[in-house]
Design a protein. Structure first.
Length: 494
C-alpha cells in the first residue's frame, strides 16, 4: 500500500536533517552509538482547535525504516561535505559504518486510522542510539503531515454530514509528494474520492473530476461546450456552470441534459465554483427539479473547508457533493502538526535503564520519560472515555486508578471500574522487519470512521470541543515529578 518503493530510489538514508548525521558521528566518536535507547513520537497540541486527531502515515514510515540504508551515492555525497575550516565533516570510519547500516530497531505504534490525542506516543522506537536518532526527521515528516491532513479531512467530512467530499488539492499542494501524501491521508480521514490520478493508481482511491473553465472557453458558446463534453464523456457528465453566469450555466446544462436523456443517458451533476454558493445551489436545485432532473447532483467547490461547509448547510444550501482542495491539502489554517520526537529512556553501560527528562518553563513541554504505552478505556456502550499514558516497565496500575494531566497535576480523572481497557501502542517492527501485513487503505479508512464515531459528539465539535481526558498513570506521574526535581536541583547546584 505504501508508495515509497515505487516513487523513490531504494535508499532514503539521506532524507534527514544534517544534525542527525553530525550527532551520529559524535555518538560514534564518544562510544555510545550502540547504547540501547527508546524514542517516542508525539505532538503537544491538538490541531485546528479541535478535540481529536487521526493517526496516519504509519505504513509509509515503516516502508522507509525497512529500506533504510546509505548506498554508494549517499556515501560519496557525505564524503564531499566539509566544515567551515575545510576539514571533512565525517571521518572515513563513520562513513564505513553508515555504508553497512541496516535498521534493526523495534518499532511499536498506534494503528493508522486511530483517534489520538496530545502527549500520547504515536510511535516508539527502541534500539541502538545511532539508528534511532537518524530516523527522527523522516518520521516527524511522514507521520506529522499525514496525521494533520487526515485530521483535517475528518473534520471536513464531519461538517458535510454525510454528503460525499472529494479531494481536489493536487494543484495547490506542496509539491508532488505533498499531493500524494495528502490524497492518501484525506482518504483515511473520510473523503470519498480524489482528483489525483497518480494517487488513484498507487493507493486504489476512487478518482473523480469534472472539467475546467478552459473547456468552456475553447468553444464559441457555453451550450456548445456542454454538448461537446457530453459527447466526449457520455457516462461522466458533470458540467461546470460558472464560467460566465452560474444560473445561465445551469439552464444550458439542463438543455444538454435533455439531449443526454434522449440518448438514454443522464446528467450526473452540475458544479458551482464561485459566487454565493448557498443562494446559487438553492436556485440550481429549483431549476433542475422543475426540469425533471431531480437526481442530478449539485457539486460545490471554491476554497471550502469545514467552517464554510457548516455555514453553507446552516444557510440551507442544496449541495450534494463537496469539492475541497487548497484548504485541505495545505492544512491552510495550521500547516504543521508540531510533532516531536524525544529520547525517553537509555540503557547505561552497567545495564540499568535511565529515564532522561527535558525541562521547560512551560509544563506542556516537559518531556514524559519511560517506555511509553497508551491504554484507552471504553464504557459498556462502546464510547471512548479516557486515555492513560503509562510506562510498560512499571508495575500494572491498580483498579480504579486515576490519571493526571501531563500539563497540570491538579487535574485528575478517575477510571471507573466498568470501563474496559484497550492497548493502543502495538508491535509494528521487530529487528527492523514487519510483524504483520499492512492493512488495506479501506480498512484504515473504516477504522478512522468507526473511531471518530466512538467519540462523544461534544468532542467532535468543530469549535470549542469538549476536552477528552488524557493523563499519566500515577506511578509514571510520580516518577516524572521526581526526575524533574532531581534535574532542577542538579542544575541549580552546578
Amino acid at each position: 500500500m505504501s508508495s515509497v518503493s515505487e516513487l523513490y530510489r531504494p535508499s532514503l538514508g539521506t532524507l534527514t536533517d544534517l544534525y542527525e548525521l553530525t550527532m551520529g558521528a559524535g555518538y560514534e566518536r564518544a562510544g555510545v552509538a550502540d547504547r540501547d535507547t527508546v524514542f517516542s513520537l508525539s505532538f503537544r497540541t491538538l490541531p485546528f482547535g479541535g478535540g481529536y486527531a487521526v493517526m496516519a502515515g504509519l505504513d509509509d514510515a515503516l516502508a522507509v525504516l525497512e529500506g533504510l540504508r546509505f548506498d554508494t551515492v549517499d556515501i560519496d555525497y557525505l564524503r564531499s561535505l566539509h566544515g567551515p575550516a575545510g576539514e571533512p565533516l565525517f571521518v572515513p570510519e563513520f562513513l564505513d559504518r553508515l555504508a553497512g547500516l541496516r535498521f534493526t530497531c523495534d518499532v511499536d505504534a498506534i494503528a493508522e486510522g486511530t483517534v489520538v490525542f496530545a502527549s500520547e506516543p504515536l510511535l516508539r522506537v527502541r534500539g541502538p542510539l545511532l539508528q534511532a536518532q537518524l530516523v527522527e526527521s523522516v518520521l516527524l515528516n511522514v507521520i506529522g503531515f499525514q496525521t494533520l491532513v487526515a485530521t483535517k479531512a475528518a473534520r471536513v467530512v464531519e461538517a458535510a454530514a454525510g454528503g460525499p467530499v472529494l479531494e481536489f488539492g493536487l494543484r495547490r499542494a506542496q509539491g508532488p509528494d505533498g499531493a500524494l501524501s495528502a490524497a492518501r491521508a484525506a482518504y483515511i480521514g473520510g473523503v470519498a474520492a480524489t482528483s489525483n490520478v497518480l494517487a488513484g493508481r498507487l493507493y486504489g482511491i476512487p478518482v473523480r473530476g469534472t472539467h475546467a473553465h478552459s473547456w468552456v472557453q475553447v468553444f464559441d458558446d457555453e451550450q456548445r461546450a456542454f454538448d461537446a463534453y457530453a459527447e466526449a464523456q457520455p457516462d461522466n457528465v458533470t458540467l461546470l456552470v460558472d464560467t460566465y453566469d452560474s444560473l445561465s450555466g445551469v439552464a444550458h446544462a439542463i438543455e444538454t441534459g435533455r439531449r443526454i436523456e434522449a440518448k438514454g443517458g443522464r446528467l450526473a451533476g452540475v458544479r458551482l465554483d464561485s459566487g454565493d454558493l448557498a443562494y446559487l445551489s438553492i436556485e440550481a436545485r429549483r431549476m433542475l427539479d422543475e426540469a425533471g432532473f431531480v437526481d442530478t447532483k449539485i457539486v460545490a467547490s471554491n476554497d471550502l473547508d469545514e467552517h464554510t461547509i457548516e455555514s453553507l448547510r446552516e444557510q440551507g444550501a442544496r449541495i450534494d457533493i463537496w469539492g475541497v482542495g487548497t484548504r485541505l491539502d495545505t492544512c491552510y489554517d495550521q500547516p504543521a502538526l508540531g510533532a516531536i520526537y524525544k529520547l525517553t529512556a537509555i540503557c547505561d553501560p552497567d545495564g540499568a535503564w535511565r529515564y532522561p527528562v527535558k525541562l521547560s518553563e512551560h509544563s506542556s513541554k516537559i518531556s514524559i520519560p519511560g517506555v511509553l504505552g497508551v491504554r484507552r478505556f471504553v464504557d459498556p456502550t462502546g464510547r471512548f472515555r479516557a486515555d492513560m499514558i503509562y510506562d510498560e516497565d512499571l508495575p500494572a496500575p491498580p483498579d480504579g486508578d486515576v490519571i493526571v494531566d501531563p500539563a497540570d497535576a491538579l487535574h485528575m480523572r478517575a477510571i471507573a471500574p466498568g470501563w474496559q481497557p484497550q492497548e493502543l501502542v502495538e508491535p509494528a517492527l521487530r529487528a527492523g522487519k514487519r510483524v504483520r501485513p499492512s492493512p488495506t487503505l479501506d480498512e484504515i479508512r473504516t477504522r478512522a470512521r468507526d473511531q471518530v464515531g466512538s467519540l462523544h459528539p461534544a468532542i467532535r465539535r468543530l469549535l470549542n470541543p469538549h476536552i477528552y481526558p488524557v493523563g499519566l498513570e500515577m506511578q509514571l506521574h510520580e516518577r516524572r515529578n521526581a526526575l524533574v526535581l532531581e534535574r532542577r536541583r542538579a542544575q541549580y547546584l552546578a
